[in-house]
Design a protein around this ligand. Structure first.
Ligand SMILES: Nc1nc2c(ncn2[C@@H]2O[C@H](COP(=O)(O)OP(=O)(O)OP(=O)(O)O)[C@@H](O)[C@H]2O)c(=O)[nH]1
Ligand SMILES: [Mg+2]
Length: 248
């Protein structure tokens, strides 16, 4: 389904020069309501130069370059802040990866699902979902990380860690970005936790996740262990977060 109001797709990027150009092209062709904002952390491979060049002749493409690598989650939040302030009055906000793990062709299904939900999450763990190209150990780890997170946070979703999501404007306006502690992948759980505590309706649709074909992985072992610790910490902050959201 095509969107009836303006859409901003926020794409965090770090060393995605092999992917970013074709991703932008596909996104813009998906729906004329879509604008794209790339938030790049000064990638040494020149990702931002590619985006800048295209934005020179395409008015639906925007770029934020941050000084140094500072995590996927924080980059997305900076993108949302920018989008909320924009005169374009975006009504739908997406976040998705730059490496084609998330397919632009699935965006219309998210928009359709948003007719009945405030947030739509692309889940790799539903009937009809698939994960293509991951080794078994990564599949098992991701599944366990999701079970662990669900046990601690109790949000009724099947996929906490996939960064392919749609948020309605009203949702982002209600969140407290300043109460988000971290800046890495855990921000996905922090946002989901806030959304759940406020009581927004969360919907999930099955997604086909494709492991990156080009470019190098940004995920390090230390990031994984710190993410597990951060989920635990997040679960202990429930009261504080409720307060930051003005909930009783
Ligand atoms: N701006 C910014 N983007 C980042 C950072 N780390 C990762 N990204 C981007 O966030 C998205 C997800 O990162 P990935 O490296 O694909 O993480 P992953 O999917 O868990 O792991 P691989 O695909 O195996 O590398 C991609 O678009 C990255 O370019 C960061 O520190 N800053
Ligand atoms: Mg990836």
């Amino acid at each position: 389904m095509k969107a009836k109001s303006p859409v901003l797709v926020v794409v965090p990027s770090y060393n995605e020069s092999e992917n970013i150009g074709s991703l932008i092209e596909e996104l813009l062709a998906t729906d004329p309501a879509i604008d794209v904002l790339v938030v790049d952390d000064n990638s040494p491979d020149g990702t931002a130069d590619i985006v800048e060049k295209i934005s020179g002749y395409n008015k639906r493409l925007f770029l934020i370059v941050r000084k140094k690598k500072d995590g996927r989650g924080g980059a997305v939040l900076d993108g949302f802040r920018w989008g909320l302030k924009s005169k374009k009055n975006y009504q739908y906000f997406f976040e998705m990866d730059a490496d084609f793990s998330h397919k632009p062709s699935e965006i219309p299904a998210f928009i359709k699902h948003a007719e009945n939900h405030d947030v739509v999450i692309g889940s790799r763990y539903m009937k009809g979902s698939n994960i293509i190209g991951w080794p078994l150990n990564r599949k098992v780890f991701s599944k366990l990380a999701n079970i662990y997170t669900r046990f601690l946070l109790r949000i009724p979703i099947t996929d906490y860690t996939n960064g392919f999501r749609l948020y309605k404007r009203t949702v982002l306006e209600r969140l407290n970005f300043d109460a988000i502690e971290k800046s890495g992948y855990i921000v996905l759980s922090e946002i989901a936790f806030q959304i759940h505590l406020i009581g927004f309706g969360i919907g999930e649709i099955p997604t086909v996740f494709v492991n990156r074909q080009r470019g190098l992985s940004n995920l390090s072992v230390s990031e994984v262990t710190s993410a597990l610790h951060s989920v635990f910490r997040l679960s202990t902050r429930r009261k504080k977060i409720r307060k930051a959201l003005n909930l009783n």
